[in-house]
Design a protein. Sequence first.
Length: 369
Amino acid sequence: MSRVGTAIVGGGLAGSATAFALARRGHDVTVFERDPSPRDRVCGEFLSPEGCREVEAMGLDLGRLGAEPVSRLRLLAGGRSVSGPLPFRAMTIPRRLLDAELRSLAARAGADIRLGARVTSVGEGELRLGGERIAADRVVLANGKLDLRGWKRPDPTNERHHHIGLKMHYRPDAETMAGLRDTILLCFFDGGYAGIVPMDAGTCNVSIAVTRRAWNACDRDYAQLCRVIATECPDVAPVLRDGAAIWPRPLAVGQVPYGYRAWAAPTGPDWLWRVGDQAAVIPSLSGTGMTMALIGGRLLATCLDEGRSQADYAIDLRRAFAGPMWRAESVALLFQGARRRLVASRIAVRFPGLLPRVARMTRVAPEAI
């Protein structure tokens, strides 16, 4: 049976960031990524300024990679539309591209990246990849929104936390695409919300978070859900109704545990660590998920390198992410239910200066990291 030092299950943003930071410090680290090549994932593909700084500090040039700038926010809710400048300049970038670049960085730093390696189970001191067993000093779960059998995160305790995540890339007409440039469009509807951001080559990313109840009411049919959203938010119809879908069907992930916090759960075994969505899941409307994955990877690597405990790591996570998560959940709650959406949209129209303030509230504060 072969042996590795730190085994990281998952080669997405969090796993690659952790591997990069550990390998650069001289640690023996191996990443086990189930996909043989980079692929799209259910993700808003939005990087806040803090996320951009993390990526650039690792040596990547987002401009060279073709990332698109975003500096405005447009809110659709309760039959109203309000827009304003973001209090920062963010970027959008395809996950398949950023994942590939970060894995390459980790490999160049000395990490062993094993693609097409599907971990089926983990236990103290070992991993299993089908019939193969690999010994490991410690295991880091960086497998995103999907849980590994036997190590499931606690289920959300409230129905409002049960969401289905959906993602589709569209190619709208030139006029519609011109209106999306430099703008993130956030649309609240009965049962969830959708975020639309411009991507490269005249395409946009549509990410939807919808409650299981609303998804079932649409007979679990993506086209029907899009019609519901476009009816309540007509301004998105040129994308959802008339835009050309890039893929034959949307990417999907079930039972997204928004609000999950690893530091609020009992401490796990000493050999098992969690990072990224395995450590905390913030509502997607915040646009902070990718940033939290990158920062979390760095925080975990520092903790492991210094030989600190899981209790110390939990303190670091709470200090960095508890505030943004609570505020993002509060914003999401404001738009749940037709009456709340109507009131919230009226306030937003009356006081458009609130938009940049709310956008700033859900960022990870620089002093916390």
